[in-house]
Write a protein that binds this ligand. Structure first.
Ligand SMILES: [Zn+2]
Length: 158
């Protein structure tokens, strides 16, 4: 799924590089040219989504502007100690945020449906829970564990 996502964005960038201005500006902030780096890391709207998801870190979250590419950001994503469940959740966080942003972006473009950062955060948590369904570790947990335990889980990571 991730490779497909990267492939589609790269295709858009490649088309723009050839002079086909399909989506010259980011539809989430309408302030910058859309690129993978902008859309997933540097967009002010996306930054507010990251801030919302990682708010328990109290500002100690990774500075997204330190990364020029999504790949370098993903490679630098910190590993954590903790239960297998916590490690699995944390490992999925950057991918699920990026996926949620991609869905939010596509809904603006193709459905005219715009969300605020809090709505994207909530959808991120729902996607995360669904993605965990393939992991046997989720069987011992409830969605409320993820929602109500999020702050402690993330603070334990930070
Ligand atoms: Zn933007």
């Amino acid at each position: 799924m991730w490779l497909l996502l990267l492939g589609k964005v790269q295709t858009l960038e490649n088309l723009n590089a050839r002079g086909m201005q399909l989506a010259p500006f980011c539809c989430l902030c309408v302030g910058s040219e859309e690129s993978m780096g902008h859309l997933f890391l540097h967009c002010c709207f996306v930054d507010s989504v990251w801030e919302s998801v990682l708010s328990p870190l109290n500002g100690q979250r990774p500075n997204l502007f330190n990364f020029l590419t999504v790949e370098s950001f993903l490679h630098a994503w910190p590993r954590v100690q903790g239960s297998v469940f916590v490690q699995k959740v944390w490992e999925l966080v950057p991918y699920v945020v990026i996926w949620s942003v991609w869905c939010a972006r596509n809904d603006v473009i193709f459905k005219g449906k715009r969300r605020n950062a809090e709505q994207v955060r909530r959808e991120t948590m729902a996607y995360l829970w669904n993605w965990l369904a393939v992991d046997e570790e989720r069987g011992d947990h409830h969605f409320s564990d993820l929602i109500l335990g999020w702050e402690a889980m993330v603070q334990g990571i930070g």
